[in-house]
Ligand binder design. Structure first.
Ligand code: PGA
Length: 258
């Protein structure tokens, strides 16, 4: 973390979990415990159908609500999809783009990810852009090359001020939902590499301002160590964001570094 230059962002990714009723119970449990998380921004990315409800439930807090994906077209015959304007209109502030599950199960490519990032920024949403290597790619020693490619294509065509608004989440696929976390050094090294890519493409000032998260089995126990890495500015948290007390422990770990 580096609080002088950039915001720490702790974001939950609920994936396909929780009904609106369960969202309400979660909000009731976590709200009294939230306190003043003044150092970090807290985001909950929830299933599209529950965004309006979540926005309402967290209206009196500083928790921002986000979507988990979006389409890049403004409207049209794309059964089941939602546009960035729809997300914006119901109160979302963030949207996760290019999560490895979307890439794996819904054929998202680096090129569609780029279109989505642009659409989100044009609509005034902050994209949480996910990148990360598989175990096979890590073992082959191509992690840095792959991340470079993913980041460069995803950000292609953006202005410097747009890049500043992109949150980049480094999520090694082998660490997602597996309980296998990257070590703080492994995660920190890739996040530093991502910042170096931004520095090369957009200059030192932009690179310094971009929030880079780690994601992949982040939990109450390992959060503090991961967040102590200079280039890890927060987390994208799946499983551990589903329980109010676990998510809160991660928020507190971020606050304590301030
Ligand atoms: P996890 O998921 O924390 O359950 O590993 C992270 C993610 O997929 O964003």
């Amino acid at each position: 973390m580096n609080l002088k230059y950039r915001k720490t962002i702790i974001a939950g990714n609920w994936k396909m979990n929780k009904t609106l009723t369960e969202t309400k119970a979660y909000a009731e449990a976590i709200k009294p415990m939230l306190g003043k998380h003044k150092w970090c921004e807290v985001v909950l990315c929830v299933p599209s159908v529950n965004i309006p409800g979540a926005v309402r439930l967290f209206r009196d807090t500083r928790v921002a609500i986000g979507g988990e994906t979006c389409h890049y077209e403004a409207s049209g015959a794309y059964t089941g999809e939602v546009t960035v304007e729809m997300l914006k209109d119901v109160g979302a502030k963030y949207v996760i783009i290019g999560h490895s599950e979307r890439r794996q199960y819904y054929n998202e490519t680096d090129f569609t990810v780029n279109k989505k990032v642009r659409a989100a920024l044009d609509a005034g949403l902050r994209p949480i852009l996910c990148v990360g290597e598989s175990l096979e790619q890590r073992e082959l020693g191509v992690t840095e090359e792959l991340i470079t490619y993913q980041v460069k294509v995803a950000l292609a065509g953006l202005t410097e001020s747009q890049v500043r608004r992109v949150v980049i989440a480094y999520e090694p696929i082998w660490a997602i939902g597996t309980g296998k976390t990257a070590t703080a050094e492994q995660a920190g090294a890739v996040c530093s590499h991502i910042r170096a890519i931004i520095r090369k493409g957009y200059g030192a000032r932009v690179a310094r301002a971009v929030t880079i998260q780690y994601g992949g089995s982040m939990n109450a126990k390992n959060a503090a160590e991961l967040l102590s890495q200079p280039d890890i500015d927060g987390g994208l948290i799946g499983g551990a964001s589903l329980k109010p007390e676990d998510f809160l422990a991660i928020i507190n770990a971020a606050n304590q570094q301030g």
